[in-house]
Design a protein around this ligand. Sequence first.
Ligand SMILES: [Zn+2]
Ligand SMILES: [Zn+2]
Length: 354
Amino acid sequence: MFVELLDCGHVFEVKMLDRYMDETDVESEDDREDVEIKHKLCPTCSVPILFGRRYGNIVKKILADFEAVKRRTFLSDVASIVQIQSIRKELRQIEGIQKRVLEEIDESVTSGRLTSEEVNTCQNQVTFLKFLGNLTTKHKITKETNSELHCKINIITSRIMRRRDCFSEQELKEFQEELSRTELLASFQALMTALESKSVNLGPEDENSVDALRRELDSGKALANQRRKDFIADINRIQQRHRLSKVAEATDFGSELKDMIVRSTNLTQGPWYKCSKAGHVYCASESTGEAGSIKCPKCLPESRQTAQSQQEPVPTPMKLSQLMNMTFKSGFVTPAGAKRKGRKHPTKKNSKTP
Ligand SMILES: [Zn+2]
Ligand SMILES: [Zn+2]
């Protein structure tokens, strides 16, 4: 006996197709693995099997799982009021940055319903601006006292404020580097100004340090963390040696930026799984299994969960609307010819750049 799929017209032997459609239900109770939520596809042409009475119940179950996924992505994507309030509070505390810029962010976070991704973007803008503002007030940087640095800070500010859906991982890294470098530059210039005004003659050791630092800053290359720390120590050593007490101590707040940057939780990235124990629906990027295996985060003990999730690589944020186009419109169908077989390493397979 043969059966024709209404979705694409391909014909299969009934028993063979029945077995294929039932596949996920035959695994033994104790050795069950969480299954990826996806449509059954025609074995010949990969069109999703959605119609026809014969497999109606299986299809209905799959569609119900997709509904659960949708509910979770929508729920998780509404920004929390608490986060918005804390952004507004931070904005009010920022000094040394033009009011107009801060008001622009305030307007964005108060203009209607935002996704958590949009709020995260604002949060990162606030973090960066706060950093620049602190630098400006600490070293009293104005157009008159240091036009070069003042101008540089303005340029970075407008780059931070550029309209974007979200910061990409690359951008976040670049801003972090740029801000750290600016911090070092500000300390260096403050030191040089103080040395000049006191007409200090540097010894050979200090002279070497200053030359090396100047070369490094002029090169425009990314600075390794340790190297930056060494330079900061050099600056402070020279300041102490020559009793330049009026100069602010050189700091390394740039390295703290890494922990302050917020990243999207990426719930919107598939693939999604349904937990075999309790039916929890979870995303591969939240999964906390060992050695790349997929495990339901809700069913794991909490201690292990937090310890492991910190080591998880952070995938690139992706705009929800983009993902909606990719997945919901097409009913979560994997494009034909690009079958997703690698369920063992979902995070690697799904890191997409927006
Ligand atoms: Zn087909
Ligand atoms: Zn579970």
